[in-house]
Write a protein that binds this ligand. Structure first.
Ligand code: G3I
Length: 382
């Protein structure tokens, strides 16, 4: 009798151990499943992130916010910190959305990007109208000082100056250049450093694989360094397409910038898969593209991206990420310019109302082949 009771007790212990063991195993698997993400996969290589819009900052766009929290460890504000929104009048600042943006990043323990302090586009009207150099210098000082000081120790890196160069590498004749002269970039970097000495300061631009522009950036960074200004990085926007720039051009640029002693960041990464009107009409940037609106040739995939192009996109992302991994010691972050294809700026630029597919998540917020191809480069059970 005692023996039978002992055997039954043993049997129960055995069943209990098996159940609890399999529970633990199930839990462990669940944890692994949950932690498989871009940010975890690339945690030893570089930060990985996305630009976020206002619906995401206020967490209205729940599907996108889920992706942001799970996949990324750095964010950039797509529009909310631009001068026209933050500082529309000389003495008026609106910090509501910017505060929420920074709070979102802090809550989710992210590396927070400030984009951007000095840019000729999305600038306040009063700046465009200012013709006096002392007045403009005061406005610029007030802007940089007020904004950077407000987020001192909270915004980790600033795109201090954005798009100051032309395609030939010379300084763009922007309103800043025309009124303040060629020293305005140095002044902007020095003001930012004074306001937050610990923030990483970056020069950000597009087309940075183009040899002439690359030479211009190298000159600019050297001049800044010579002047005693602090510059921590070059931001390559990386608005690319399926064919250009070539891997060779990208690699040459990473090496050239890194040889200056600064880190490289890919700050606005996306890969357009639909036709570029410049290929049709030449390189004249001021072309009016309104005539292409509704043109089926310019919007070839209005409902679905064909599988063959999906595969090309995945391969292109994979090749580029292989290169990023090869040069991981030179790269600080890789930020996608948007969360999903639903809200990419490329649906409306340079032709309004098209359907583009440049990011890693589709319009239903599902990971695309491109996501899997990038993840496949790393051990997915991290
Ligand atoms: O604020 C107005 C709003 O009042 C109005 O109702 C609405 C109607 O369309 O437009 C709103 O302005 C839009 C603005 O984004 C803010 O949402 C503009 O139309 C729109 O053209 C503007 O586009 C932004 C673009 O910069 C402006 O140059 C894109 O969203 C943003 O992704 C893009 O980001 C830039 C980077 O900052 C710098 N590098 C290039 C990159 C792509 O252009």
């Amino acid at each position: 009798m005692i023996k039978t009771i002992r055997n039954i007790a043993l049997l129960f212990t055995l069943i209990f151990s098996i159940v609890s063991c399999s529970n633990k195993l199930y839990k462990k698997n669940q944890e692994i499943k949950q932690t498989v993400s871009l940010k975890n996969s690339f945690k030893d290589n570089f930060y990985i992130g996305a630009a976020i819009n206002e619906n995401q900052i206020v967490e209205k766009d729940a599907a996108a916010v889920t992706i942001l929290k799970k996949e990324y460890n750095t964010i950039s504000p797509e529009n909310s910190l631009k001068w026209m929104f933050l500082h529309p009048e000389p003495k008026t600042f609106f910090f509501d959305m910017a505060d929420k943006y920074v709070a979102f990043g802090e809550k989710n323990k992210m590396y927070i990007v400030g984009h951007t302090l000095v840019w000729h586009s999305q600038l306040a009207e009063f700046m465009k109208e200012t013709k006096d150099s002392t007045i403009m210098a005061n406005h610029m000082q007030n802007h940089i000082n007020t904004v950077v000081t407000r987020y001192k120790g909270r915004i980790d890196t600033w795109d201090v100056v954005n798009e100051a160069l032309k395609e030939n590498g010379d300084l763009r004749e922007s309103v800043f250049f025309k009124v303040l002269g060629d020293k305005y970039i140095e002044q902007a970097f020095k003001l930012a450093e004074k306001a937050d000495p610990n923030a990483d300061l970056v020069y950000n631009d597009y087309g940075l694989c183009n040899p002439k522009k690359r030479a211009g950036v190298v000159r600019l960074v050297k001049e800044l360094q010579k002047s005693g200004a602090k510059i921590n990085g070059v931001g390559m926007q990386a608005h690319w397409n399926l064919k250009t720039p070539s891997l060779k051009e990208i690699e040459t640029s990473i090496i050239a910038y890194s040889e200056l002693g600064v880190k490289v960041s890919f700050t606005e990464f996306d890969i357009s898969v639909i036709p570029n009107p410049w290929d049709l009409v030449g390189a004249e940037v001021t072309q009016d593209f309104k005539k292409f609106e509704g043109d089926k040739k310019m919007n070839p995939y209005p409902t679905k991206l064909p599988e063959s192009v999906q595969i090309q996109l995945a391969k292109r992302y994979e090749d580029i990420f292989k290169l990023f991994l090869k040069h991981e010691d030179k790269i600080n972050r890789v930020t996608f310019w948007g969360v999903s294809d639903k809200d990419t700026w490329l649906n409306d630029w340079p032709i309004n109302g098209r359907t583009n597919y440049p990011l890693l998540f589709d319009r239903k917020h599902q990971p695309k082949k491109a996501y899997n191809s990038i993840m496949s480069l790393k051990n997915t059970s991290n």
